[in-house]
Design a protein around this ligand. Structure first.
Ligand code: HEC
Ligand code: HEC
Length: 295
């Protein structure tokens, strides 16, 4: 009995060993197939069309506009004109590359370290959004102002009192060192002529790489003895308010010591009328502001 059983076992072992070997080989080739498939996928990802297949198509522009309204407007504003939390995308000025492929990448991968998120859209949806954004760009227009003159006007109009440019200037308003990269000429013109037009609560400084919330909320504090101190709120809670006054001194008040906190709902920045700044001077100033880009 035993020899037979032993032989059977040896036979079984041989057969089973082969089966195992076959299964192993099958596994290896499956793995190879998977690897090959992944490689093909990534090659395909790199072979994305470099330009927008639906550029200028009215249907795609409409689809892009509606995708934009629901997904992007909260940060980039209605009509992509720039909102409190994201830059103007309508002016054909791009910090992260201006080609279709660059913008495609920015939209799908986001901008790491900023509020700009990665997005999981279908390719066709991303192209539709790009078609929409391109449809907003004004035809190329030579900047009519003189940048060099504009720089002198900036220095001579008291702008440095409140604005920092490349490490020099005041703190009451946003740092303008990169403002040309994120704001259109139209926005910049409005900012100077009608600063209170685009005010928003909890505005984020789009020129700020760290994405810190910088709020430019003009507030007047009325103290118990009737003094009024105006400035930009830096911090406000139930018990206290802290503001940077117009002399750029940090002031701290306990709520119990003050009569009233008035949120002005208007910019601390003076509106520069035509008497203060001629149309020509404004164009030079805007040309200068537009030249302030990432260094
Ligand atoms: C939570 C806010 C937020 C949302 C939502 C958001 N973005 Fe942005 N986006 C930003 C910010 C902030 C930046 C600027 C990043 C930087 O500092 O360079 C940006 C930058 C960009 C840029 C690069 C602009 C350039 O100058 O190169 C593009 C393109 C863009 N966003 C498209 C979109 C689109 C399209 C959507 C909707 C699918 C979207 N964003 C949604 C905040 C946002
Ligand atoms: C008394 C302080 C003050 C002065 C002077 C001042 N600004 Fe402002 N500016 C501000 C404040 C505060 C804001 C932010 C609130 C707002 O949008 O009005 C601002 C906003 C801006 C913005 C918009 C920036 C952005 O990205 O949204 C621009 C551009 C600007 N100022 C340019 C100028 C120029 C040019 C001058 C000189 C002609 C000037 N400012 C003078 C306080 C000032």
């Amino acid at each position: 009995m035993l020899p037979v059983a032993k032989r059977d076992f040896e036979l079984w072992l041989a057969a089973n060993g082969i089966a195992k070997a076959i299964r192993f080989a099958a596994l290896v080739s499956t793995l190879l197939l998977v690897a090959e498939f992944l490689l093909a996928l990534s090659a395909q990802a790199q072979e994305k069309p470099l330009s927008n297949p639906v550029a200028g198509k009215p249907g795609a522009i409409r689809e892009g506009a509606s995708l934009f309204r629901s997904n992007c407007s909260p940060c980039h504003g209605l009509n992509a004109k720039g909102g409190g939390r994201g830059p103007d995308l309508s002016a054909n000025r791009w910090t992260h590359g201006s080609s279709d492929a660059d913008i495609f990448r920015t939209i799908t991968q986001g901008v790491p370290g900023t509020e700009m998120p990665a997005n999981g859209f279908e390719d066709s949806e991303v192209w539709a959004i790009i078609a929409y954004l391109r449809s907003l760009s004004p035809p190329k227009q030579a900047v009519s102002g003189d940048r060099v003159k504009g720089e002198k006007i900036f220095a001579g109009s008291g702008c440095f009192a409140c604005h920092m440019v490349k490490g020099h200037g005041g703190l009451l308003g946003p740092d303008l060192s990169r403002v040309g990269a994120s704001r259109s000429a139209a926005y910049l013109t409005d900012s100077v002529r009608e600063p209170s037009k685009d005010l928003s609560d909890g505005m984020l400084d789009p020129n700020n790489h760290w994405g810190l919330p910088l709020v430019y909320d003009t507030v007047t504090v009325v103290t118990a003895d009737g003094r009024r101190i105006t400035g930009i709120v830096k911090n406000e809670d139930t018990f206290s308010v802290q503001l940077l006054d117009t002399d750029q001194k940090l002031q701290f008040f306990l709520m119990k010591n003050i009569r009233q906190v008035i949120h002005e709902r208007k910019s601390l920045m003076p509106a520069y009328s035509e008497q203060m700044l001629s149309q020509g001077a404004l164009q030079d100033l805007v040309a200068y502001l537009q030249s302030l880009q990432a260094d």
